[in-house]
Design a protein around this ligand. Structure first.
Ligand code: 1GP
Length: 250
């Protein structure tokens, strides 16, 4: 069932062309810098927060998620690296399965662990096929999940993975090059999925210039995710440029 956060994202896509997500990794921040980055994202025009990371070492993680929801007017959506990262306090969760991999732990096992908390906390699950595409170097996701990415020159493989996931009921597909990837997911992969699969498309990983985001929206992305860059660049003007690039309808 489509819940209020997903409905809002779909409305944003209709109205603005695509949604602009800022990914915050609590493990890369102090609580103060976390809120500071979040405030800049909201002021710059982000439509939602994603919160997550490969590791979650900070004991303040759950508190940081809760504060984000209390202090800012845009949705907080968990983007967990595993079942133990699912904590109450967010409105929704990208309930992902790493369908490009063949590791049952990340296809279904972590999901079983996380599902209990999602249900108990009445969080909205957004069913998402997570597809890792080679971004030019070994990423944390690849290493930790012990899976291989789809080769960058094989967009048809991305297409068939997204197609199967869509037939299994996953309404969203996340094409991921990995955080800080030297090469973002290619336009050919985005077009291959957007043209042939009835799915809402998220693209992230290594998008460090606004035009990279714009090209992927024009190729069919419904949501753009940027994360790493905001840990290095604390520049409101650049957030605004990204938001303008993603919001192709203005
Ligand atoms: C990572 O796709 C996200 O899961 C965002 O990637 O940190 O490179 O922006 P970046």
């Amino acid at each position: 069932m489509i819940g209020p956060v997903e409905t809002r994202l779909l409305e944003t896509r209709e109205r603005r062309g695509a949604a602009f997500a800022v990914l915050l990794d609590p493990d890369s921040h102090t609580p103060a810098s976390f809120l500071d980055s979040a405030a800049r994202a909201v002021e710059g025009g982000a439509d939602l927060f994603l919160v997550g990371g490969s590791f979650m070492g900070t004991p303040l993680y759950a508190q940081m998620v809760r504060e984000l929801g209390e202090k800012f007017p845009i949705p907080v959506v968990l983007f967990p690296g595993g079942g133990s990262h699912v904590v109450p306090g967010a409105q929704a969760i990208l309930f992902t399965s790493l369908v490009s991999g063949r590791n049952p732990q990340y296809l279904i096992e972590e999901q079983i662990k996380g599902s209990v908390v999602v249900a108990a906390s009445k969080m909205e699950p957004i069913p998402t096929a997570y597809i890792l595409v080679d971004g030019g170097r070994t990423t944390s996701v690849e290493f930790i999940s012990n899976t291989r990415p789809i080769p960058a020159d094989k967009p048809k493989l991305t297409l068939v993975h997204a197609l199967a996931a869509s037939m299994m009921g996953m309404r969203w597909t996340y094409l991921e090059a990995g955080s800080g990837a030297p090469n973002p997911v290619g336009i050919d992969h985005v077009k291959a999925v957007a043209g042939h699969v009835p799915t809402n498309l998220i693209v992230g990983g290594g998008l460090v210039r606004p035009e990279m985001a714009r090209e992927r929206v024009e190729a069919g992305a419904s949501m753009i995710v940027t994360g790493n860059i905001w840990e290095k660049v604390r520049d409101l003007a650049l957030v605004r440029e990204f938001a303008a690039a993603v919001h192709v309808k203005g």
